[in-house]
Design a protein around this ligand. Structure first.
Ligand SMILES: C[S@@+](CC[C@H](N)C(=O)[O-])C[C@H]1O[C@@H](n2cnc3c(N)ncnc32)[C@H](O)[C@@H]1O
Length: 350
């Protein structure tokens, strides 16, 4: 599959308009500060963008970030701008043609951002084998990835390596495609369906299990949308199979619990994260308005207290006493069927 995917992204696709479906497309609306940063990206880099979501988590200043499957480098350059000159971004991709475009514009972006030296580099390699790229244990604050992990033949290895290279308290924040049920082998083997980021997609509940098995005990869904496909031939091949694009954040916080437990804790957001003065969104089910006391489960409390967000919250409760289940984590599919963005009553944790 690696060779098929290299051919698809290196030779078959020339720009994003060559894509056959809406799987590798992003339709998320962008706040003005992000639009402004996006306007500073080289046209050739943007033309070869094949991502399916926004991978720009909060509080990036000075962060060291790894992008798995960085393609032509759009997200790397965006993040390099958001981290500022003190941050650093490493992009990893296996396809020469994609890496060539990304590398060609390193100095252009450093000049554009008025940095004295570039803060981005690209390495050729496989996201399942980061050890071959001399990426050290616990060396990144954040890992992002945009429409790539579905293309990996060994997703378990990708999550295992992500856990290894993340610093404690760091997070894997990534957009990808998921299926609503397991995809049959004959569709997985189809190079077009696989290359279009569809048939390699994990069934969402298998993804949750895989994440938990690799230490990410409480994956948090940030946003999602159903894919419409918009291609009669491909729709016929897919039959009743439905797909979703979704962004998850997975914190590397050892000993998070498998469910949301109530320890009588609460937080107040101080409104101090840059570009987020009124509201901080941890995930689809946790939106913290500035100054408001919000009761949280033990896991959410630790995601805020043991990560780069700690200075931006006030924390209440010792966590010494357990008061039972926080709010029942559902088992229904977590994605919105209609793309309305309404929070699911079940499935979105807490
Ligand atoms: C759908 S494109 C997304 C590229 C980029 N993230 C973006 O948003 O434009 C998938 C990219 O992942 C790379 N890729 C896929 N599987 C990979 C793997 N196992 N190791 C390294 N790169 C991989 C491909 O070469 C391609 O550039």
């Amino acid at each position: 599959m690696h060779d098929e995917v290299k051919k698809y992204y290196g030779q078959i696709l020339v720009t994003s308009s060559d894509l056959q479906t809406d799987a590798c497309c992003t339709d998320a609306s962008m706040p003005p500060w992000l639009k402004a940063a996006m306007a500073d990206i080289h046209d050739e880099v943007s033309a070869k963008y094949y991502g399916c979501g926004l991978v720009a988590p909060q509080q990036l200043e000075g962060a060291r970030i790894l992008d798995l499957g960085s393609g032509s480098g759009r997200d790397c350059y965006l993040l390099a701008r958001l981290t500022g000159e003190d941050g650093y971004v490493v992009g990893v991709d296996m396809t020469d043609e994609q890496l060539d475009v990304a590398k060609r514009h390193i100095q252009w972006h450093a000049d554009r951002y008025c940095y004295s030296t570039p803060n981005v580099e690209f390495r050729k390699g496989y996201i399942e084998r980061l050890d071959e790229l001399e990426l050290e244990d616990e060396s990144f604050d954040i890992i992002v990835s945009n429409c790539v992990i579905n293309l990996s033949p060994d997703k378990d290895a990708v999550l295992r390596e992500a856990w290894r290279v993340l610093k404690p308290g760091g997070e894997l924040y990534f957009s990808d495609v998921y299926s609503e049920r397991r995809v049959p082998e004959e569709l997985v083997k189809d190079p077009l369906l696989y290359g279009e980021c569809l048939s390699g997609a994990l069934y969402w509940n298998d993804f949750l299990t895989l994440a938990k098995n690799n230490g990410f005990a409480d994956p948090r869904l940030v946003e999602d949308r159903p894919l419409t496909i918009d291609n009669p031939k491909i729709e016929e091949m897919l039959g009743t199979h439905r797909f979703y694009s979704a962004t998850y954040r997975l914190f590397k916080i050892p000993e998070l619990e498998g469910s949301c437990e109530d320890y009588g804790q609460a937080v107040i957001y101080k409104g101090t994260v840059e570009n987020h003065p009124d509201l901080f969104e941890l995930d689809k089910g946790h939106r913290f308005e500035t100054g408001k006391v919000e009761p949280v489960c033990g896991n959410s409390w630790r995601m805020l207290r043991d990560s780069r967000f700690a200075d931006h919250f006030e924390f209440f409760g010792s966590g010494d006493t357990h008061y039972g289940i926080f709010n029942g984590c559902g088992t229904a599919m977590p994605f919105d069927e209609d793309g309305s963005g309404e929070h699911a009553s079940e499935g979105s944790c807490c």
